[in-house]
Design a protein around this ligand. Structure first.
Ligand SMILES: [Zn+2]
Ligand SMILES: [Zn+2]
Length: 266
């Protein structure tokens, strides 16, 4: 089975990820405008008609900015938990009833040829989830907003062949940066975001031959750079004596434009 993954946008300004097989595709989050989503999909050669639904991780604007228009204009079904729906829907945020799909935590469901399971993560929203998606023998896990990796989430991250994981901030840049104390504390907390060092240590703990693609996601605009995220990961691996087998690939996902398509069938 052909399996392609592409990040359309990743970061605190907006998140949207595409996953597709030869027949259909799905989106994970709709945190950029619907116009940008349609344009970026077109740019990477994917038709909007092939998209069968959008999975939503939580109610922060950088994950749902385009949701209302996508459901209204494209009648795209959207999948998330009841708690997250309750945190999204408001008199101002009108999502067509026909597009609302409720899913349970750690309950598999099937969409567009994928077996999908949502798992809970710790983050400062009423509820936040990551997704573990299986297609044939390929496993993809996406966790973009989490303050720490808890025992429930860890197994889903550990069994991925392609792992999209947050590497939000460089610890020193955040410490020395201009953010007020309360905001720094929020970001660093167990309900905030993962820093480069935290993510690198976790990856060094779980690295194995089946983990073929690592995508560092949701980089902060003000408190991180792609170079620092990569450098921290490589340094941590080197300190632990971890050598790449040459089969593994690390991608740093772009904040505002699609990152090169990852093809999992090769
Ligand atoms: Zn976010
Ligand atoms: Zn968030």
């Amino acid at each position: 089975m052909k399996l392609n993954f592409c990040s359309l946008s990743s970061g605190s300004s907006g998140n949207c990820y595409y996953l597709g097989n030869e027949f259909h595709g799905i989106l994970i989050d709709a945190g950029i405008s619907a116009t940008s989503i349609r344009k970026f999909l077109k740019d990477i050669g994917i038709s909007m008609q092939s998209i069968m639904g959008v999975l939503i991780t939580h109610n922060h604007i950088d994950h749902i900015r385009g949701l209302e228009v996508l459901t209204r204009k494209n009648s795209l079904p959207a999948f998330t938990t009841l708690t997250i729906w309750e945190s999204i829907l408001s008199p101002k945020k009108k999502i067509s009833r026909d597009c609302i799909r409720e899913i349970g935590l750690q309950q598999k469901f099937h969409l567009a040829g994928f077996d999908i399971e949502a798992f809970p993560v710790y983050h400062d929203a009423p509820e936040t989830i990551g997704f573990h998606i299986c297609a044939g023998d390929k496993k993809i896990t996406i966790a973009t907003d989490l303050g720490h990796i808890c025992q429930t989430a860890a197994p889903y991250l550990k069994k991925a062949n392609l792992l999209v994981i947050e590497s939000n901030y460089d610890e020193q840049m955040l410490e020395n940066g201009k953010y007020p104390y309360y905001l720094k504390a929020r970001i660093k907390s167990d309900n905030g975001h993962l820093g480069n060092h935290q993510t690198s240590v976790f990856l060094a703990d779980i690295i194995n031959d089946d983990l073929r693609n690592i995508c560092l996601a949701h980089l902060s605009k003000n408190n991180n750079t792609p170079e620092k995220a990569l450098q921290t990961l490589l340094q941590t691996f080197s300190e632990r004596g971890i050598n790449f087998s040459g089969r593994q690939r690390i991608s740093i996902l772009n904040r505002n434009i699609p990152t090169e398509m990852i093809r999992l069938d090769d």
